[in-house]
Ligand binder design. Structure first.
Ligand SMILES: *[C@@H]1O[C@H](CO)[C@@H](O)[C@H](O)[C@H]1NC(C)=O
Length: 151
């Protein structure tokens, strides 16, 4: 089962009021939860934005790394298509100079995440294929994770 489908199933069970457990959570946290939020941790947390992360390791020195520079060119190429995933997308670029991590985190409203997943997180396969081909890039991975700003 895909993550989006799990979320939609969770929303359906939480909003149908046929499930006493989900209903009590919704009631108890009515101040914290809006209609589109999905409860976590017995209702102590909720989320309505989901993140897709693409990550890898680059090599060399962060200031001069050729592999990191090549990644940035792939990103520039892909950015317009990534932005099409949602009008309300947040794109974070994370670079660690010590552990040589490069991460791109795309966070979308729940309602837009399912359709993007159905679409293969376009242009994910293209992006991953291009960075895998860069000399010095390794450990190319993806992850789906909820991502809420809480301050
Ligand atoms: C989970 O939520 C229910 C309903 O509010 C509460 O009664 C119960 O104590 C909670 N469980 C834990 C482990 O806190």
């Amino acid at each position: 089962m895909k993550f989006g489908a799990i979320i939609l199933a969770t929303i359906a069970s939480a909003s149908a009021f046929s499930n006493p457990t989900a209903n009590s959570h919704t009631t108890r946290n009515s101040m914290a939860l809006n209609a589109e939020s999905v409860p976590l941790a017995n209702g102590s947390m909720s989320f309505n934005r989901v993140c897709r992360e693409w990550r890898c390791k680059y090599d060399g020195d962060k200031s001069t790394s050729e592999s990191l520079e090549a990644i940035s060119k792939v990103l520039d190429e892909c950015l317009p298509e990534i932005k099409k995933a949602s009008k309300d997308i947040t794109i974070n670029r994370l670079v660690c100079g010590g552990c040589l991590d490069f991460k791109l985190m795309m966070t979308l409203p729940l309602a837009d995440f399912g359709p993007w997943e159905e679409n293969g997180f376009a242009p994910e396969s293209d992006f991953l294929e291009k960075i895998k081909a860069i000399d010095g890039v390794s450990l190319v991975e993806t992850q789906t994770i909820t991502n809420m700003v809480i301050n």
